[in-house]
Design a protein around this ligand. Structure first.
Ligand SMILES: Nc1ncnc2c1ncn2[C@@H]1O[C@H](COP(=O)(O)OP(=O)(O)OP(=O)(O)O)[C@@H](O)[C@H]1O
Length: 305
């Protein structure tokens, strides 16, 4: 057991809004220096969890701590920077003025030029904040989050609405910051971003933790493998009972089996002489995510439409 104080800890945290348990008994520990992605579909509870950890909201039950103290204390001490989803009106000042204004509110701020350089917007220092593109504005917001020289940075869907190039530039900045030994927690809907940029992916659903691990661990936990073949007129009964099979999907004349033991499934299919156009592939992270959050369930998919 490690005695190091975690950067972030949720212990049985609950937050309800009326009948909705937005965060429902969440326990989670993030150590200093980790980059963690918080993944979940719409309404899973990501923003609520982030509000709790920034001290913007109090849990109804359980405990949330940053660096072993109350979130408000850590935030006031300048140990946390955040980039949230709000669309606040942009002031008519230059980029350097804005970042400098924020920096001065912190006890040990980052040098303004350094914050701009880290956010990749050194050349925008003298540009007016209200005259920037969406991608540039997002990176100014990142510089604002860095201004206090925080040990932990929390980013709520930082790349929503960014084009591909702006996205790459953003992640390059984030990684530079993380490489300095800082802690990063970001929420996202993009599985490939979580896989590419986080050391660890935490999946939440209905306010609960449903998976926690690397992209590969998640693929194994939620996805297994996919075995597909042509039915060639044969019936589909009994397919779900084959060894390893956890789900069966029929599309036209093709069957798609999700299996935890592809070797055993394929052997059983061969014994049935049912291996026409056989295809075996590892499940994608998308498949794993859908399996983990139960959204391959048709009712739920319809609910989301
Ligand atoms: N202030 C609030 N009042 C009432 N219900 C709320 C409030 N904030 C969140 N909720 C509800 O709590 C649940 C979790 O919402 P939350 O915004 O945390 O999810 P999310 O994972 O961030 O979703 P998204 O990906 O869409 O941003 C949802 O059902 C939402 O409607």
């Amino acid at each position: 057991m490690t005695t190091k104080t975690p950067a972030v800890s949720f212990t049985g945290a609950v937050k309800t809004f009326g009948d909705v348990r937005a965060v429902d008994g969440l326990s989670l520990r993030i150590d200093a220096g980790e980059t963690v992605a918080l993944l979940g579909r719409n309404g899973a509870g990501k923003s609520t969890a982030i509000s709790l950890l920034l001290g913007l909201d109090e849990p109804d039950e359980g405990r949330v701590e940053l660096f072993g103290t109350r979130p408000q204390t850590a935030v006031r001490a300048g140990r946390v920077g955040a980039m949230l989803q709000e669309g606040r009106a942009v002031p008519r000042v230059t980029v350097a003025e804005l970042v400098g204004f924020v920096a001065r509110r912190y006890p040990e701020p980052m040098d303004v030029a350094e914050a701009l350089r880290l956010a990749g917007i050194g050349e925008l220092a003298d540009r007016r904040v209200d005259k920037l593109s969406g991608g540039q504005t997002q990176r100014v917001r990142f510089a604002v989050a860095l201004a206090g020289n925080p040990a932990l940075i929390v980013l709520d869907e930082p790349t929503a609405a960014l084009d591909v190039e702006a996205r790459h530039a953003f992640w390059a900045s984030m990684r530079t910051y993380a490489r300095r030994g800082h802690t990063v927690l970001f929420s996202t809907h993009y599985l490939e971003e979580a896989d590419a940029h986080a050391d660890r992916i935490v999946v939440i659903d209905h306010g609960r933790l449903v998976a926690d691990g690397s992209g590969d661990e998640l693929r194994r936990a939620g996805g297994g493998s996919l075995v597909a073949f042509d039915l060639a007129g044969r019936g589909t009964e009994g397919l779900s009972l084959l060894p390893g099979v956890v789900s069966v999907e029929i599309r036209g004349d093709r069957a798609r089996l999700r299996t935890e033991d592809p070797d055993a499934t394929v052997m059983a299919l061969a014994a049935l002489d049912a291996v026409r156009n056989l295809e075996v592939a590892p499940a994608s992270l998308d498949d794993a995510f859908l399996a983990l959050t139960g959204t391959d369930d048709l009712d739920e998919q319809l609910e989301r439409v």
